[in-house]
Design a protein around this ligand. Structure first.
Ligand SMILES: Cc1cc2nc3c(=O)[nH]c(=O)nc-3n(C[C@H](O)[C@H](O)[C@H](O)COP(=O)(O)O)c2cc1C
Ligand code: SF4
Ligand code: SF4
Length: 260
C-alpha cells in the first residue's frame, strides 16, 4: 500500500508532523510520499490513500493549501483521505470540516480528521511565545499523535466531527476578512534592517507566494502574503523587523533546519 501526504508548512510544525507520520507508516511497511504543496504542478491519482496537512490560520487552512486542492488535485473515486491540522490552541473543527467538504466534492472518502496542538508560531502578532518546555512537550506529543492516526487508519476506524453548515458559513465570512489582512501583512508590518542583511536572498527565494522582491537594494512586498511567518523566522541574521522593532526568532523548530 502506498499513500501520499501533501502539506503546507510556514515555519516547520506541520512538516515535523508530516515526517513523523511518514515514519509511523514506514514502521508498518506502508510507504508515504511527502510533498510540499509549494512544489507541485500537477497531481496524478496513483496512490491508495491521501493525507493533507496544514496549519490553522484564524480557524481555517491557509489559502495556499485550499487553492492547491481546488486547482491541482484531480477527481478521485472514493480514495481514502486523512486531514491533519496543526495549531497553537484547541481544535479548529470549522476549518477542517470545510476542507473536508472541498475534498468530498473531489470524490474523496474522508476517514480521519485530526488536530495536533503544536507551538504557536504567531507570537509576534498574537498569543504567547512558546517556551522551550512547551516546544519539547508538543514535539513529544506529536509522536504519540502520529502513532494514533496511523493505527486508527489501519484499523479502519473513522473519526469525523459534524459541523453545522451555518457555523461553517459564518466562520468562513470572518476568515475572508482576516485573510484579506494577511495579504498586506508583510507590506504593512515588515521591514529589513539593511546594515544587518547579508544579501543571501533566502527570504526572497523561500517565500511561498513570491511576495518579496528587491528594488534599488530595498526589500519590498507585494500584496499576496500568507502571513506564514517564514521570512522573519528563517532569516539567518534576524534582519527582519516587525513594526519597526526587532523580535526573538522562533529558533527551535525552524522549517529550513528540517530536511525532507
Ligand atoms: C497567520 C496565522 C494565524 C494563526 N491562527 C491560529 C488560530 O486561529 N488558532 C490557533 O490555534 N493557532 C493559530 N496559529 C498558529 C499556527 O497554526 C501553529 O503555530 C502552526 O502549528 C504553525 O504551523 P507551521 O509551522 O507548519 O507553519 C496561527 C498562525 C499564523 C501564522
Ligand atoms: S534572509 Fe535575511 S539576510 Fe538573507 S536576504 Fe533576506 S533579509 Fe537579508
Ligand atoms: S512575505 Fe513572509 S510571511 Fe508573507 S508569505 Fe512570504 S514568507 Fe510568508
Amino acid at each position: 500500500m502506498k499513500g501520499v501526504a501533501f502539506y503546507f508548512s510556514g515555519t516547520g510544525n506541520t512538516l515535523y508532523v508530516s515526517k513523523l507520520l511518514k515514519e509511523s507508516f514506514k514502521k508498518r511497511e506502508i510507504t508515504l510520499d511527502l510533498f510540499s504543496v509549494e512544489n507541485i504542478k500537477t497531481v496524478e491519482d496513483k496512490y491508495n490513500f491521501y493525507v493533507f496537512l496544514g496549519p490553522i490560520y484564524a480557524e481555517f487552512f491557509p489559502e495556499i493549501l485550499t487553492n492547491f486542492i481546488k486547482e491541482k488535485v484531480p477527481f478521485v473515486k472514493g480514495k481514502k483521505a486523512i486531514i491533519i491540522s496543526t495549531q497553537a490552541g484547541g481544535y479548529a473543527p470549522t476549518g477542517i470540516g470545510s476542507f473536508s467538504d472541498i475534498l468530498e466534492k473531489k470524490g474523496f472518502n474522508i476517514v480521519l480528521e485530526h488536530p495536533i496542538k503544536m507551538p504557536n508560531n504567531y507570537y509576534v502578532v498574537a498569543f504567547k511565545k512558546p517556551t522551550n518546555e512547551d516546544i519539547k512537550n508538543a514535539k513529544e506529543n506529536a509522536i504519540k499523535e502520529a502513532e494514533y492516526i496511523t493505527k486508527k487508519f489501519i484499523n479502519g476506524k473513522k473519526e469525523r466531527k459534524k459541523i453545522s453548515t451555518l457555523r461553517k458559513k459564518s466562520m468562513y465570512l470572518i476568515y475572508i476578512l482576516v485573510n484579506k489582512s494577511f495579504k498586506t501583512w508583510a507590506r504593512k508590518k515588515l521591514t529589513v534592517k539593511l546594515d544587518k542583511c547579508i544579501n543571501c536572498n533566502k527570504c526572497i527565494n523561500e517565500c511561498p507566494t513570491n511576495n518579496i522582491y528587491k528594488e534599488n537594494n530595498k526589500f519590498l512586498f507585494k500584496d499576496k502574503c500568507q502571513s506564514c511567518m517564514r521570512c522573519l523566522h528563517m532569516c539567518p541574521v534576524n534582519a527582519f523587523k516587525y513594526k519597526k522593532k526587532g523580535f526573538e526568532q522562533y529558533k527551535i523548530n525552524r522549517r529550513h533546519e528540517i530536511k525532507n
